[in-house]
Design a protein around this ligand. Structure first.
Ligand code: GGG
Length: 352
């Protein structure tokens, strides 16, 4: 198979981990005789530094022409400490999602048995958890109008959804639920928010087209609690942009670490694959980052964008084997025991 892949390493630990997602793809190409070609582009803080723009035109053009995109992370502490800065790295990520029509962000909570003890949640509660989150990605407060009063003492972010935005991601989530355990839980805050009432009404309408899927609705506050109390109750979780962002960071603790969770953003155009973690400037350049989420993002690319299921499984199995052999990066090592072999980013990437 011939495919052209754009790699956007981004900021902080992005380049360190993306190097291994790309290496995994190269290894798969060599092993299975595929022809994968690669190009690279800037986004985020590094792009602002080089061009003044978090998403340069050149990056967007390359993205539109590629068959899939492997991305690292965006962000820099400088912007967090100075909220008055108008141009921010995250704007690049939001814009590329919008421009490529990437409205559905799939975040599988893949729980490797070997990591049952890496979580602070009891293994008996976690074992058997298998959740697929559908986070809406191009609406909500992320894209609604933002205001700040002249005296700078009042601010607002518009939480806005259009019916078609809920419909299109709901169809994708229902289609996935059909292929899985046939359960879909839609998460909202319909007791308080009008945009959530539209969300719930729309999901209820779409549900009628999928009578074989069992639909439930849950308020976000309850969902956050249920996720750590009884995660096995969930199969597909469908939710809005902000709620999905928060819930999946919480869910990463089920998988043992933020460093373990991969994601796929899909919609109208080129698929976009990235770890859910951010740029983690506190550990950048220290060989401490976990490259597994990038490798697992490469696996999602193989399966979702290229339909290469066996190749994707090869990568997931490689991660599983390395964990079974007792190798860990710092974030998933249990400091109370010395039975694990703790590796840096480079060694872990090479081993997989
Ligand atoms: N790889 C994910 C990443 O870079 N996250 C940083 C970030 O600011 N994300 C915003 C979002 O996912 O909505």
């Amino acid at each position: 198979m011939k495919k052209h892949i754009l790699v956007i390493p981004g900021d902080g630990i992005g380049p360190e981990v993306t190097q291994w997602g790309k290496a995994a793809l190269e290894h798969i190409a060599a092993t299975y005789d595929h022809d994968f070609t690669f190009d690279e582009a800037l986004m985020g803080h590094v792009a602002i530094e080089a061009t003044g723009n978090p998403l340069p035109d050149e990056t967007l053009e390359k993205a539109k022409k590629s068959d899939a995109i492997l991305f690292g992370a965006v962000g820099h502490a400088k912007y967090d400490n100075d909220p008055s800065l108008k141009v921010r790295p995250e704007q690049g990520l939001l814009k590329i999602r919008k421009e490529l029509g990437l409205y559905a962000n799939l975040r599988p909570i893949l729980l490797f048995d070997e990591l049952l003890h890496a979580s602070s949640i009891k293994p008996a509660i976690l074992k058997g958890t298998d959740i697929l989150f559908f986070r809406e990605l191009t609406g909500d407060v992320y894209f609604g109008e933002k205001t700040r009063s002249e005296d700078r003492t009042t601010a607002s972010d518009l939480m806005i959804y259009h019916k078609y935005e809920v419909e299109r991601i709901a169809h994708k989530a229902y289609a996935a639920a059909r292929q899985r355990r046939g359960k879909l839980c839609s998460v909202d805050k319909a007791n308080v928010l009008e945009s959530s009432r539209l969300w719930r009404e729309t999901v209820q309408e779409i549900a009628k087209q999928y009578p074989d899927v069992e639909t439930t609705h849950m308020f976000i506050d309850n969902a956050a609690m249920q996720l750590i109390k009884d995660p096995k109750q969930f199969d597909v979780v469908l939710t809005a942009n902000l709620f999905g962002d928060i819930l999946t960071d919480e869910a990463s603790q089920i998988a043992g670490s933020m460093g373990m969770l991969a994601s796929a953003s899909v919609g109208d155009g080129t698929g976009f694959f990235e770890p859910i973690h951010g740029s983690a400037h506190d550990i950048t350049g220290k060989d401490l980052a976990n490259p597994l989420a990038s490798i697992l993002s490469a696996a999602l690319m193989l399966e979702i964008s290229f339909g290469l299921k066996e190749e994707a499984k090869t990568l997931v199995d490689a991660v599983d084997r390395v964990l079974k052999e007792g190798f860990r990066t710092n974030d998933i090592a249990d400091s109370t025991t010395n039975r694990y072999k703790v590796l840096g980013t480079q060694e872990m990437g090479k081993l997989v």
